[in-house]
Design a protein around this ligand. Structure first.
Ligand code: SF4
Length: 77
């Protein structure tokens, strides 16, 4: 039973707004880039274990430069 009552909260590794390198593994320690429309301007670098209440379940996007700090990738969604 989840202890967090906010049902929209989830992990980046299960979110469609997470973008990772083309060949990166979908994993807790993988560094990615959040491409949620409202968060894109911040060029936020975040691992698969991160999360927030803008979570939307889906497959991550892929793009070269997603693991750079700051990310240099173009958002693919
Ligand atoms: S920070 Fe939020 S919106 Fe961005 S990838 Fe992670 S869960 Fe999704």
């Amino acid at each position: 039973m989840p202890t967090n009552s906010d049902s929209s909260w989830g992990l980046c590794m299960n979110c469609q707004w997470w973008q990772i390198e083309p060949t990166a593994e979908i994993a807790e320690e993988t560094v990615g880039f959040c491409i949620d429309e409202n968060l894109q301007p911040y060029r936020m670098s975040i691992t698969g274990l991160g999360g927030c209440n803008r979570f939307t379940k889906g497959q991550p996007a892929r793009g070269e430069g997603s693991s750079r700090q700051p990310p240099t990738a173009t958002p693919m969604k």
